[in-house]
Design a protein around this ligand. Structure first.
Ligand SMILES: [Zn+2]
Length: 390
């Protein structure tokens, strides 16, 4: 990889950067926005009254992660590409704005300070006032704001015009087995079906990117980041379901990311939203907190999660499953963290219940895995062919 070059003073138009992502986080002073850039460039930050304009020599792709403000009533953001410059216009009601840049990797930080005068009594929750006592609404620990984003090992080639990109996410992996029942680990079934789908879709002329092609662990946010970076046309996350002792169910469920359709969908999201931390699976409180944050964000971002497209995608997958004689159970909605921030039609598929002994035996069978992979792949092909969102 090329070493980043620090611009010489005066060489203003010589360099250009890509805005890789925009991250938003709550701090004790207010809200912090971090722009992740591919290279150090001489950018301009111009605070105005109730606004901040950032002009960056370079590009920002459509669908870049974080390009929609998760705090629309405090900070609005509009992004415009003018030739070889991208202009980010923030509108805000902060009392003070501070900005600074950081090196290696190059980041521009903009801090928006809480507009309320000191000593004001706490108002109902807003990002300015911080979390009400007893509940934690922070999306990520603040220190994570400064962690560099994972970079793909090799930048992948852009597909020729007209070639569609499918990103397939085999859920869990590595130290995280997912559901384990009847001698089967969820992560293994997910990966096998993902690979089978990759083979089928490549034969159909599509560009396929797997978030993992081996038994490795990835964080939930890394999975969606791959879909955004690869500019995916669709994103599909593969999982297997499990139920507590005494309960049983069978069949394939297709979920889209939205407010939960019922209690069961919500419970499933809570399980899938757990992440591994050092020493084991994190507490259910942490996943619960992440899910609740997601619910709040969903309320704000309803327009930005491609619900209409994802619904149509889910319905096509469901019908394809039926026509391929799979036991299709339902299409439902739940706040899955892995689908968060996906700027393209995206679904999470629960391929069956590992806790159901008969279904576990089927899921282990390579012929059944192939049947699922074929049904899902033909659904993807049909969706991309017929989608009115093309
Ligand atoms: Zn899972």
């Amino acid at each position: 990889p090329q070493a980043p070059v620090t611009p010489l003073p005066g060489s203003v138009s010589a360099s250009s950067a890509t805005v890789r992502s925009i991250r938003w986080g709550q701090q004790d002073f207010g809200l912090r926005v971090v722009l992740d850039l591919s290279a150090p460039v001489p950018l301009k930050v111009e605070p105005g009254s109730g606004s901040v304009t950032v002009t960056i020599p370079g590009l920002m792709a459509r669908g870049t992660s974080g390009s929609v403000s998760p705090y629309p009533s405090e900070i609005g953001l509009s992004v415009t590409q003018f030739g070889d410059r991208v202009v980010l216009a923030f509108r805000h009601n902060a009392s003070t704005v501070r900005h600074f840049s950081l090196e290696a990797p190059f980041r521009q930080v903009i801090d928006f300070y809480d507009p309320r005068p000191l000593g004001t009594s706490p108002a109902p929750y807003s990002p300015w006032t911080g979390p009400p006592e007893g509940s934690i609404v922070e999306e990520e620990p603040p220190e994570e704001v400064f962690q560099p984003l994972p970079q793909p090992e090799q930048p992948s080639e852009r597909p020729p015009r007209g070639v569609r990109t499918v990103v397939i996410d085999a859920g869990h992996g590595g130290k995280d087995p997912g559901a384990v029942a009847n001698g089967i680990k969820e992560k293994d079934i997910n990966l096998r079906v993902a690979r089978l789908m990759s083979d089928i879709l490549k034969k159909e002329g599509m560009r396929v990117v797997l978030t993992r092609s081996t038994d490795v662990y990835l964080q939930l946010s890394q999975r969606t980041n791959i879909a955004v970076k690869e500019d995916a046309d669709v994103f599909i996350s593969l999982h297997c379901n499990a139920l507590p002792k005494g309960k049983t169910a069978e069949g394939v469920e297709i979920y889209l990311m939205a407010l939960p359709s019922d209690k069961h969908a919500m419970e499933l999201a809570l399980i899938e939203n757990r992440e591994l931390v050092e020493g084991g699976l994190e507490s259910s409180e942490a996943a619960d907190k992440r899910t609740r944050t997601l619910l709040k964000i969903l309320g704000d971002m309803q327009q930005n999660v491609k619900i209409e497209e994802s619904t149509s995608f889910a319905e096509i997958l469901f019908r394809k499953g039926e026509s391929k004689k799979l036991p299709m159970r339902r299409v439902a909605q739940a706040p899955f963290y892995v689908l968060r921030g996906a700027a393209m039609p995206s679904v999470l598929v629960e391929m069956g219940f590992l806790t159901n002994r008969a279904e576990a035996a089927k899921l282990k069978n390579p012929n059944y895995q192939k049947q699922i992979a074929e049904a899902l792949s033909s659904g993807i092909v049909e969706f991309l062919k017929t989608s009115k969102y093309n």
